[in-house]
Structures are given as structure tokens and as C-alpha cells.
Design a protein around this ligand. Sequence first.
Ligand SMILES: NC(=O)c1ccc[n+]([C@@H]2O[C@H](COP(=O)([O-])OP(=O)(O)OC[C@H]3O[C@@H](n4cnc5c(N)ncnc54)[C@H](OP(=O)(O)O)[C@@H]3O)[C@@H](O)[C@H]2O)c1
Length: 452
Amino acid sequence: MVQDILEAIMAAEGSEQPGRELAGLAGLPVPESYRGVVVRAEETRMFEGLAARDKDPRTSLHVQEVPTPELGPGEALIAVMASAINYNTVWTSIFEPVSTFRFLRRYGRLSALTARHDLPYHVVGSDAAGVVLRTGPGVTKWSPGDEVVAHCLSVELEDAPGHDDTMLDPQQRIWGFETNFGGLAELAVVKANQLMPKPRHLSWEEAASPGLVNSTAYRQLVSHHGANMKQGDVVLIWGASGGLGGYATQMALNGGAIPVCVVSSPDKAELCRRMGAELVIDRAAEGFRFWSDEHTQDPDEWRRFGERIRELTGGEDPDIVFEHPGRETFGASVYVAKRGGTIVTCASTSGFQHQYDNRYLWMHLKRIVGSHFANYHEAWQANRLVALGQIHPTVSRTYPLEQTGQAAYEVHRNLHQGKVGVRCLAPTDGLGVRDAELRSRHEDAINRFRGR
Ligand SMILES: NC(=O)c1ccc[n+]([C@@H]2O[C@H](COP(=O)([O-])OP(=O)(O)OC[C@H]3O[C@@H](n4cnc5c(N)ncnc54)[C@H](OP(=O)(O)O)[C@@H]3O)[C@@H](O)[C@H]2O)c1
């Protein structure tokens, strides 16, 4: 049955009127089950005693058949052509810092509708590009056959705070991480207010890959909720060729700022240069060690790092530090930010107990801003930049759904560049391009940014 859906979507390929072909999906029955990438509740203790680095997503992520859930009000069922690996799938797969079954249990207690999410398996994944198959009661803006990407903000909006900024909804969750029925699957259930138009010049795997990280980088760097970047700002970007960093680098360049890109290999430095960045620091080649031992930071290394930044910028310090590595780099980030500058953080990959010298914060009037994903409007703006061809996908490699474990392993071990894509229903890369003219205008950049 999923095969019938795929055939209908493939019929749109090369058709003069793909929209008409896809509208036919409304007439196909909804499959009773589908294949999804899951972690299993009975395996949450499988890595006990191992260091985080040694916990292997290839043994905890399984592809299995799961029943298709009933659609609730305001929801949509989508056929997922492609998805991508986000670091949150790495966290889920190694059951760190907590098992995501805790999130599902808590969500399940909210209502009869959310109880559907509390299952002994968790279908993961927070990105998707695909086609709407069905919509639930009350959905008016989307219909079967619409080609879409999904952002990953799930909100209930029954409380007042979320009506100012949906990220402040007390029931805010990340779809496919804190909810079930995520995007690393043949079908996925989303709230209709997660949907956005698929950029027409991109293939399925390209369209799926910016999603979570592009929206996060947009709020963190560009939005007034984040660092509110302006023209001429010097922006220090950690992991500048990685998931978040690849988009932060593009947004800095696109917005007239000056990115200083930090990476850990010549290949990654080369990818930043291909994106147009001129100021790049290879932290591995230059041997920065901000901690002399597990408990002690080395301020001399902060100074050496700050001097290196000034050497590249002609004497300027960063107006903004785009933070996510966390414990390992945070002391250096606070130190090198400009007087009055902003350190904006959305994560703690290397450890969430940060240490920094507060004198450099208060005496130099710096501020630390916490940022998390993006509201619908920010995600929409970020997707619009992709659809306009101002921001390009950075997908470097793709895997079929069956090899999602390998894809997550590469992200866990930092063996990747940019984004790692996953073909869910799409049998090959390169399908789904609907605007060949727009694509040809951006083809060079798309290829340049794809990494290796
Ligand atoms: N709050 C949110 O909404 C949100 C959204 C997206 C992601 N995140 C989190 O943000 C983090 C990064 O996500 P991502 O998708 O960008 O991951 P990613 O693709 O793995 O890229 C992160 C990059 O950071 C650099 N890095 C890693 N450890 C480092 C360290 N100890 N010191 C310096 N640099 C280090 C690495 O680049 P080099 O080796 O080249 O330096 C790495 O490629 C993850 O923890 C993720 O869970 C949070």
C-alpha cells in the first residue's frame, strides 16, 4: 500500500502537471502500517556502563513496521520522501542525557489524543520533505497532494505565554524527539501548523535537510529573539561546516556580516571557503586546548584564540558568538566576545555544566542569550530563504532508510560535513525538482555547498 503511494508520487516526476498527479493521492487508501526508524523501550539500558562516544546508534536504531496512527484535529499525515539526521536523533539513539521515552510518557498524560504517542517504540526524526496524504478535522490550509517540508515545533497553545512567541508555550515539544511518529519513516504525523511549502527547485533530500538546523540558526542568529545580527557584525561560528554552523555561516554572509568560521579539518575549512567565508580557523591544526585537565581551563589558550580572531579580522572581536559545543568552548566564547557583545547558545554537545570567568561578562557588559529551535514564523522565514535560493542545502551524503543507524553514527562521531540525508520513500537522490529554471540559476551554489 505504501508502494501505491510511492508510485503515485513518482508519476508526478517529469509530468507537465505534477499537482494534478499528486492530488490523486486523496483517492488512495491510508496504509494500515508503514516502516519507521525506532528505538525500543526494552533497550533503553543497552549501553549502560559505556562512555557516550562508544554508544553506537547502529545497534539501537531499528527499521520496523509500525501501525499508522489515527489522525486527530489539526493534524496531517504525510508521505515522507526524505528526511535528515539531526543531533537529537543521536541523543535519542544513545539514550542520553535521558531516554526520550520519558518525553513520550509525559506527553501521553496530557490528553486522550496525545496518549497515542506513549508507545513501547519511538519513531524518531525531526525533518521531512514529502507530500500531504490526509488532513485531520479543522485543517483548511493544506490538502492531499501538497508538496511540503515540516518544521519540528509541536505546540498545543492552550496557555497564554505561547501566544506571544510559540516557543514559550509550556507544551512546546520537538516533533520526532519529544513526540512520536517522526520523520525518519515512510509516513509521519505532524500538526498542520508544522507544514511549509517545499522549495520547488530542490530535490527531496535537499529540501529535507535544512529544516531543523536552518530554523534554529535563523532564530539564534538573525531573529530579534536571538542575536539580532546586523550588517558588518563579526560572528564567531563554532562547527561552521556542521549542521547548524553551515546555515549560520550562510546567514552571516547573506546578511552582510563577517563570519569567523571554526572547524577541525582542512576539508571542513574548504567547505566554509566554498560557501564564501574568508576567515577560517582550523581548531585541530592550530591545537587549541581550552582545558588543561578535566577541571581546569587555560586562560592563556582563550587569549591565544582571541588573538587569532583579531589577526583574521584586522583587530576586531566578535559581536556575536554562535555557541553550541558547550562546556569545552564556553569559557573561550565568553572571553573572546566583544565588549557589549552577545554569546547566543542553543546546545551543549560537549557537556552542559559550563564554566566561564564572570568578570569578562559583567565588566565588559556582554550578554548570554539562550535560544531553542524557532517559532513557526521564524521557521517559515528560514524556509523562505531556501525557497528564494538565498540559502542552500548543505547535504553531503545520503543513505536509504535501512541505513539510518550508519548515518546517525557518522554524525555522532563527527565524521560528516553539513547534513546527512536519509531517503525514506525516494528511491534515488535528485527527484522532486519542480522548478528547473530556478534550479539552473542556483545549480553551481547548490553543488558547491553540498560538501563531500
Ligand atoms: N536547541 C536547539 O533547537 C538545537 C537545534 C539544533 C541542534 N542543537 C544541538 O546543537 C548541537 C550541534 O548540532 P549540529 O546539528 O550542528 O551538529 P553537527 O552537525 O555535529 O555539528 C556540530 C559541529 O560542532 C563542532 N564541535 C563539536 N564538538 C566540539 C567541541 N568539543 N569543540 C568545538 N567544536 C565542536 C564540530 O565541528 P568541527 O569539528 O568542524 O569543529 C561539529 O561538526 C547538538 O548538540 C544539537 O543537539 C540544538
